[in-house]
Design a protein around this ligand. Sequence first.
Ligand SMILES: Cc1cc2nc3c(=O)[nH]c(=O)nc-3n(C[C@H](O)[C@H](O)[C@H](O)COP(=O)(O)OP(=O)(O)OC[C@H]3O[C@@H](n4cnc5c(N)ncnc54)[C@H](O)[C@@H]3O)c2cc1C
Length: 420
Amino acid sequence: MPADLRFDAVIAGAGPAGSTTALRLARAGFHVALVDHQHFPRFKPCGEFMSPECLTMLDDLGVGGDLRALGAREVRGMVLHGHGRQARGQFADVGAVAAPFEHGWAVRREVFDDVLLRAALRTGGVQLFEGVRATGLLRGDRGQVTGLAARRPCGETIALRAPLTIGADGLRSRIARELGVQRTVPWLDKLALTTRYSGVDWGGSAEVHFFEGGYFACTAVEGGIVSLNLVLDRALYVGAGLPRDAALEAWLSRVPALGERLARGRRVDPVRGIGPLAGRTTQQTFDGAALVGDACGYVDPVTGEGIFFALKGAEMLSQSAIAALHAGRVDRASLRDYARGRRREIVPRVAFASLLQRGLRHPRLVRSALGLLESRPELVDVLVSVTGDYVPLRELARPRVWWSALYPSGGRARRQRASA
Ligand SMILES: Cc1cc2nc3c(=O)[nH]c(=O)nc-3n(C[C@H](O)[C@H](O)[C@H](O)COP(=O)(O)OP(=O)(O)OC[C@H]3O[C@@H](n4cnc5c(N)ncnc54)[C@H](O)[C@@H]3O)c2cc1C
């Protein structure tokens, strides 16, 4: 007879989206099951950069101090390289919006995710099922979701029942698939290779190096380690027919400015691959269930916003869920504020990142854009600050934002520029 356990909420996936949803629900007094098939601390392929707006949320979650103490590395801006151009931007005030912090952070994901998970467990309201895989959904007589079927490492199946089930199980979400809402995005068919280096001299910015068919995104994390991600059209990688290590070296040799700097250090991690990356969902709220974080769909790492979407999504979902659980009715209608919040805060940013992705497919456009940005640093600040997640996209509709970026009065020029 399988174990049958009852909670207020059951969450599949203990990454940033799952852990912080669990933490917020537990803080509100609810009893939460948090299920992850991996054991923590665990590695997650990622550029490991988080935007300034994340810092506000991390302080609110009570983990900002822990991350500072662990040496979270400040990232003061972004340098965009490609086609012989270089454009440097920093997190700045844009229009009427002040930067909450002049920097984001970079922390290794095995450290970051573990800090979030431990904070959730410290609430006393979260029961962790580590090494346990969510295998399916439980349904009630009206078809509503009533919990998760899961499998322990020993093979035992368990039923975790709750009025609310949350799919926070990442890019290839089992829960989204079971709900029938996953779709592929064929034109965004990419994969990523990730690794890390020590002993590389690095400044205070994240860097993106564009080339035809892909880009390298890299930043220094705590302890002076440099985290490197190569994101490529999958067809290019498959066509090259190289093993991962050789593929990384081959593409690094096409970006000598980066390759030569990294070669002065030492690679300290294996080259890991992840992909295909593309995916989206057609719906995120259901009777008795919701999706959050990457389970909602693929977020291209080019703008480094996936962690923000996970944290922000968790914040908005938990607000809706707390009200719905208190009212004793968890259905699609009672979760509509979450759906609206996603449409307001997340969907436009995903669309903006998609637009950038489309632009990156045209090398001449990239070359011209980088040329313009190189000569107008204030425009790079606007771009970098928007992807820093504290500037709402609607702010870009104000002519004075563009006016002051194109015709600066010297405000920025007077400021000391952060070192690259
Ligand atoms: C190459 C690359 C670089 C990136 N760089 C950045 C960056 O620099 N900055 C940024 O903000 N974002 C970046 N992102 C995006 C970011 O990594 C994700 O958006 C973020 O991790 C989403 O968090 P999450 O909690 O939704 O999912 P995840 O962090 O993926 O967590 C999902 C969890 O679910 C668990 N799980 C999966 N299936 C099951 C199952 N069946 N049962 C139980 N548990 C399960 C997994 O073990 C995992 O722990 C990058 C992504 C990629 C691919």
